[in-house]
Ligand binder design. Structure first.
Ligand code: GDP
Ligand code: MG
Length: 304
């Protein structure tokens, strides 16, 4: 490794779980101070496990950003669950993110069932910035505690960066002693093209309403480095129906242009170089229930 490892060094994997929209991606990005995980106001931006690596002098924490655990509604839903469970089994500890600004939801109770009996579990109550009332906070805290009796609770705001020192300390206390897994300056192990696909999806989610976004899959067709112009990226956005294609393309191509500009800026910010981005839209009928397509796209459908 590239740096001196003191005695008692700790290193391990943290599975970040929580229903969609509780702030998992926001938290990981904030801790790493980089946009690794796509953040969106609409749930399910994160579709596959991603690593974020946070290294300091005494510890290395490797975050696995799991897709939201929820009731499978189609094959894609099942794929998400398979990945989430794999992440739980492989992790040294589980960080369960909850939204402290609202009471426990049905999806939280589902997750409680999945996590029942698991050791090394810490609850992080997020979005504390939205809660001014101390009594209400205590009530909510107690209600979340019932979902995991005995689990340590830490109060945070991923958005404002509040509560991070206590959170990191709690996480590190659950990690085993051992050598770091990654060099000090490495913050992720996902390929850049994978991040680019996620950022393109996030851009589409930002501009499109309701039904359409979740019917979009992004495939990177070309990812070439060019010294003169930076990177050249071509990608295809797959939708499930002809009508959705019309919406994504927009009048005279205006919508796909918006999406492309937003995505290009995000990829440029991530990679610190200029990017030429070319997007196209194709219909792949009912792809979310098509196991072959899902596997081609890299989703874990539970069949290896
Ligand atoms: P994920 O689905 O769990 O990965 O959630 P995201 O990280 O994508 O966040 C979902 C939404 O919640 C986004 O609009 C975030 O800006 C917002 N959010 C995340 N953390 C906080 C927080 O601490 N406070 C507030 N007010 N909003 C937050
Ligand atoms: Mg996310």
């Amino acid at each position: 490794m590239q740096f001196d490892i003191p005695d008692g060094y700790k290193a391990g994997y943290v599975a970040v779980v929580g229903r969609p929209n509780v702030g998992k991606s926001t938290l990981i990005n904030a801790i790493l101070r980089q946009n690794i995980a796509a953040v969106s106001e609409k749930p399910q931006t994160t579709r596959s496990n991603q690593l974020g690596i946070w290294t300091q002098d005494m510890a290395q924490i490797i975050f696995v950003d799991t897709p939201g655990i929820h009731d499978p509604v189609n094959t894609l839903g099942q794929a998400m669950n398979a990945e989430a469970r794999d992440a739980l089994d492989d992790a040294d500890m589980i960080l369960w993110l909850l939204d402290a600004s609202v009471p426990p939801q049905a999806q939280d109770r589902n997750i409680a069932r999945i996590l029942k009996g698991r050791a090394h579990l810490v609850q992080a109550l997020n979005k504390i910035d939205l809660l001014q009332d101390v009594e209400l906070l205590e009530k909510t805290r107690a209600r979340y505690q019932k979902l995991a009796p005995g689990a340590q609770q830490i109060i945070i705001s991923a958005l404002q960066g509040a509560g991070f020192p206590a959170l990191k300390e709690a996480i590190i206390s659950h990690l085993p002693e051992g050598l770091p897994f990654y060099p000090r300056d490495q913050v992720t192990d996902i390929y850049e093209r994978h991040i680019a696909a996620d950022l393109i999806r996030a851009a589409a989610l930002e501009f499109l309403q309701d039904e359409v976004p979740h019917a979009i899959a992004v495939r990177i067709d070309e990812y070439k480095e060019r010294d003169d112009i930076g990177a050249r990226i071509s990608a295809t956005l797959f939708v499930e129906r002809e009508s959705q294609k019309g919406i994504v393309v927009g009048k005279g191509g205006s919508m796909i242009k918006h999406i492309g500009t937003r995505a290009r800026k995000a990829i440029e910010a991530m990679s610190a170089r200029s990017v030429y981005l070319d997007l196209r839209v194709k219909v792949k009928k009912n792809w979310r229930s098509d196991p072959v397509f899902l596997q081609q796209m890299g989703y874990n459908t539970g069949k290896k």
